[in-house]
Design a protein around this ligand. Structure first.
Ligand SMILES: Cc1cc2nc3c(=O)[nH]c(=O)nc-3n(C[C@H](O)[C@H](O)[C@H](O)COP(=O)(O)OP(=O)(O)OC[C@H]3O[C@@H](n4cnc5c(N)ncnc54)[C@H](O)[C@@H]3O)c2cc1C
Length: 281
């Protein structure tokens, strides 16, 4: 059976490997002109690691990722509330891995190139439209400039084309954009010293204002360092909520340090928080 997959992200490449392992004839079409290691940290929970290990990727994941040992819940001042084991430490049959999303995608891509053959992964092919007739489906693609890039007939088309899926839009044309949950996330990766167990994930704060960080690189850990993925979440969805959060943050800010008071005496401007804390004249 011939299968076309739209999207060479984490889902598309994993599906390609799993379907190929079961004897299907698979070709993957990716919109991006090149498949590069994009993103920051992502977590593979034990059930996903079980699937990927079954596809022969367990060693590559272990050599690249951090095997997460625990999730430490903290308050926003960094005080521990609860520590919960993760992966093998929590009794699962497979570990939990924290990994750079781009590295994971490159592991999947290398495995797909080996298993399917490089000519079966086709970047620069954005699925534009498709139509079904009888027992087959014809997919039509455009290149990165929007010019026609040919068609492909298969028995099955698998939609793994991400959050703005063209296939989903075809089946649900009136659905509109995905609904935003009101949270804005700032995220990045910073090299630093290992913290806690060196395999700990930290969650600090609460649902509307949270900081999460965890290490994602085994090579960094092997040389005594840590590549730390961090995410700062803030509910910014309503301006009223944002106004209250900022007011609360200003109220609970610590008093201005002495250096700032000295600066005020010398006539320089002080931050608004410190000004508000002075008793009225
Ligand atoms: C560039 C990028 C960076 C990301 N970074 C992170 C991260 O740091 N942390 C995290 O937790 N999650 C990240 N994500 C999201 C995460 O990868 C997915 O939510 C999750 O892995 C589900 O995988 P997916 O295969 O369904 O979607 P994705 O991994 O989003 O992959 C979808 C793929 O389909 C391709 N595509 C889209 N439209 C078409 C089309 N019409 N035809 C053909 N191909 C198409 C996209 O280019 C992409 O390669 C990122 C996604 C992307 C695309």
């Amino acid at each position: 059976m011939k299968i076309a997959i739209a999207g060479a992200g984490i889902g598309g490449l994993s599906a390609a490997l799993a379907l190929h392992a079961r004897g299907f004839d698979v070709t993957v079409f990716e919109a991006a002109p090149q498949i590069g290691p994009l993103g920051v940290g992502i977590n593979l929970l034990p059930h996903a690691v079980g699937v990927l290990s079954g596809l022969g990727l367990g060693d590559a994941l272990a050599a690249t990722a951090i095997e997460t040992k625990e999730l430490v819940f903290m308050n926003r001042f960094g005080r521990e509330i609860l520590t919960d084991a993760r992966g093998i430490a929590a009794g699962y049959a497979h570990p939990q891995f924290s990994i750079h999303r781009g590295e994971l995608q490159m592991i999947l891509l290398a495995a797909a190139n080996r298993a399917l053959g490089a000519d079966r992964i086709r970047p620069g092919h954005r699925l534009a439209t498709f139509s079904q007739s009888g027992a087959s489906v014809e997919s039509r693609f455009v290149d990165p400039r929007g010019a026609a890039a040919g068609g492909f007939v298969s028995d099955v088309l698998v939609a793994a084309d991400g959050i703005h899926s063209a296939v989903r839009a075809h089946f649900h044309p009136d659905e509109g954009m995905p609904k935003w949950n009101g949270i804005t996330m700032w995220r990045g990766v910073t090299e630093g010293n290992p913290f806690l167990s060196g395999r700990s994930m930290v969650w600090a704060g609460w649902s509307a204002q949270k900081f999460v960080c965890y290490p994602i690189s085994r090579p960094h850990a092997d040389r005594g360092r840590s590549l730390i993925n961090w995410i700062a979440d803030l509910r910014t969805g309503s301006t009223e909520m944002l106004r209250r959060q900022l007011a609360h943050a200003q109220e609970s800010a610590p008093p201005a340090p002495p250096r700032r008071r000295a600066a005020a005496k010398s006539g320089r401007r002080r931050p608004a928080v410190a000004r508000r804390r002075r008793p009225p004249p």
